[in-house]
Design a protein around this ligand. Structure first.
Ligand code: 6GU
Length: 234
């Protein structure tokens, strides 16, 4: 999979890219992640990419020209399955969307910006808009990193078997059950007895029961959501 991120602040992704999972995916050859500075596609000698808004109003607006130039340059090299725009006024990212995106070959993520982006970018160049929650960030960079992380870890081979994405919270529409490790007792706080026994069926039943109980208590809406966007169901 290849992810191209277009941003005015590409340096914000340095820590994320150096971190374990995305770095390992790149090293394994499962992922290409390229950053593009929108400023490099400015059409004037001041390297600016924004201008005053038509009709007035506060602040500046990022113009369509540099965005189109950057996206066109990328599209000339390969086909893209999605051009994603990060913006708080879009549908919120969830696991089914992450699952679908993980099946793409090439995606572009265009980071939104507090300045606002010319609406024609959204109308003509973007295929999908994503928010990461109902709160406002100063730019779309953190959202793009969140989206990239959620997607990258689903690419086959990126995680090893024990941490397989299939056993995640949300993947079966349920939250994960509680987990425990040694010691069996700490300050009088004990590991549930059933997990200490030798009956695998009982242990599996217990985990499923706890997963259901947690989901009902904490995120009951997941129980009504049958769309998991899994590889089987897309
Ligand atoms: Cl995608 N962008 C910004 N600026 N703020 C957000 C967001 C995105 N998602 C939640 N808040």
């Amino acid at each position: 999979m290849r992810i191209d991120i277009i941003s005015l602040f590409p340096e914000m992704f340095a820590g994320f890219l150096a971190s374990s999972i995305p770095a390992r995916a790149v090293k394994k050859g499962l992922l290409e992640l390229e950053l593009h500075n929108l400023r490099d596609y400015s059409t004037n000698r001041h390297k600016s990419v924004d201008d005053y808004p038509y009709g007035g109003g506060a602040g500046m607006v990022i113009g369509i020209e540099p965005v189109d130039k950057c996206i066109s340059a990328l599209k000339a090299q390969r086909d893209y399955d999605e051009v994603i725009f990060t913006t708080p006024d879009a549908p919120v990212l969830d696991q089914p969307v992450a699952n679908r995106l993980s099946l793409c070959r090439n995606i572009i993520v265009l980071c939104g910006h507090y300045k606002g982006v010319d609406e024609r970018v959204r109308e003509h160049l973007v295929t999908r808009e994503i928010s990461i929650g109902d709160y406002v960030l100063s730019g779309g960079e953190l959202a793009a990193a969140v989206i990239a992380d959620a997607v990258i870890r689903l690419v086959p081979g990126v995680l090893n078997d024990e941490t397989s994405a299939l056993s995640d919270s949300f993947q079966d529409g349920l939250l994960s059950p509680p987990v425990y490790t040694r010691p069996e007792e700490y300050k009088g706080w004990r590991v549930p007895e059933v997990l200490m026994g030798g009956n695998d069926r009982l242990k599996a039943e217990w985990r499923h029961e706890k997963a259901l109980e947690r989901t009902k208590e904490r995120k009951p809406y997941l129980l009504n959501n049958q769309d998991h966007g899994s590889i089987q169901s897309v």
